[in-house]
Design a protein around this ligand. Structure first.
Ligand code: CTP
Ligand code: CA
Length: 223
C-alpha cells in the first residue's frame, strides 16, 4: 500500500545500456561473434524503465523483444556499437555495459564471399583490436555512473576486481557460474571499491530489479 506513494527509484534519470553480442564480418556470409543471448541486458533495461528511467538500449544481434517504453538501437559490430554509444553517453546519468563485445575483428572484411581455391589450404585471417566502449565512456570528462560486467571462466572475484580497476568504473558485476549464456537464471557478484556482495541465484528479471535498486541507491547517495 505504501509503495504507491514512493517516487520511482530512477525517475528523471537517463540510462544507456549495451546488450547482446557483436558480430564482426569476415565476408558477406561469415563472421566471428561471442556467445550472449542479451537476456540479462534486456532484463536490466526493462527493470530500469519500470523504475522510471528514460532507457536507451543499444543491442547487438539478438532474438529478443524490446521492453515496453525502451528506445532501442540495433547494431552489428563493435565499431557500430561504439559509434552509437559515444555520442549519447555524455547526456546520461548511468551507463551499463552488458554487451559481450568482440575483442577483435578481421582487419579486412571482404566485399565478396571468399571462395575455396581447391588447393586444400585455409585462409589466415588477420585480426585487429576493437575499441573498448566501456573504458571510453568511463574516460569522458564528466562520465555517467558506469557499470561493467564480466563473464569469466575462472577466478571470478579476482578478475572482476582487476577489471574494475583497469576500466576505472565504480561498479563491476560478475556473472557467477560459467555457463549462464542463454539461460534464464544466474547469480551476480557486485564488486566496488569497498568490497563485494552477491545477489543470490534467481531468474534474470529478479536479478535485474535487485541490481537496478542497488545502482539507484548508489546514484542517489552520490547526489
Ligand atoms: N567492453 C566494452 N567494449 C569492449 C570490450 C568490453 O564495452 N571492446 C565491456 C563489456 O561490455 C563489459 C566489460 O567491458 O561490461 C568487460 O568486458 P570483458 O570482455 O569481460 O573485458 P575485457 O576488458 O575485454 O577483457 P577480457 O575479455 O580479456 O577478459
Ligand atoms: Ca573481452
Amino acid at each position: 500500500v505504501l509503495a504507491i506513494f514512493q517516487p520511482k527509484l530512477l525517475a528523471g534519470r537517463k540510462l544507456l545500456i549495451t546488450a547482446g553480442p557483436t558480430f564482426e564480418p569476415i565476408d558477406p556470409v561469415r563472421g566471428i561473434t561471442n556467445l550472449s543471448s542479451g537476456k540479462m541486458g534486456f532484463a536490466i533495461a526493462r527493470a530500469a524503465r519500470e523504475a522510471g528511467a528514460e532507457v536507451t538500449l543499444v543491442a547487438g544481434p539478438v532474438h529478443l523483444a524490446t521492453p515496453r517504453g525502451v528506445t532501442r538501437i540495433d547494431v552489428q559490430s563493435a565499431q557500430q556499437m561504439f559509434d552509437a554509444v559515444l555520442p549519447l553517453a555524455p547526456a546520461q546519468d548511468l551507463f551499463v555495459a552488458t554487451a559481450a563485445v568482440a575483442d577483435w575483428r578481421p582487419a579486412q572484411s571482404s566485399a565478396q564471399k571468399i571462395k575455396k581455391d581447391g588447393s586444400g589450404s585455409a585462409p589466415s585471417i588477420a585480426m585487429c583490436e576493437n575499441p573498448d566502449i566501456l573504458a571510453s565512456v568511463a574516460a569522458l570528462p564528466a562520465p555517467p555512473f558506469c557499470v561493467g560486467f564480466a563473464a569469466e571462466s575462472e577466478n571470478l572475484a579476482a578478475h572482476a576486481r582487476a577489471k574494475r580497476l583497469r576500466k576505472k568504473v565504480p561498479l563491476l558485476v560478475g556473472n557467477v557460474g560459467p555457463a549462464t549464456f542463454g539461460q534464464d537464471h544466474n547469480a551476480l557478484l557486485l564488486v566496488d571499491a569497498e568490497g563485494e556482495r552477491e545477489i543470490p541465484h534467481n531468474d534474470k528479471q529478479s536479478l535485474a530489479r535487485e541490481l537496478i535498486a542497488d545502482i539507484a541507491r548508489r546514484l542517489n547517495a552520490k547526489q
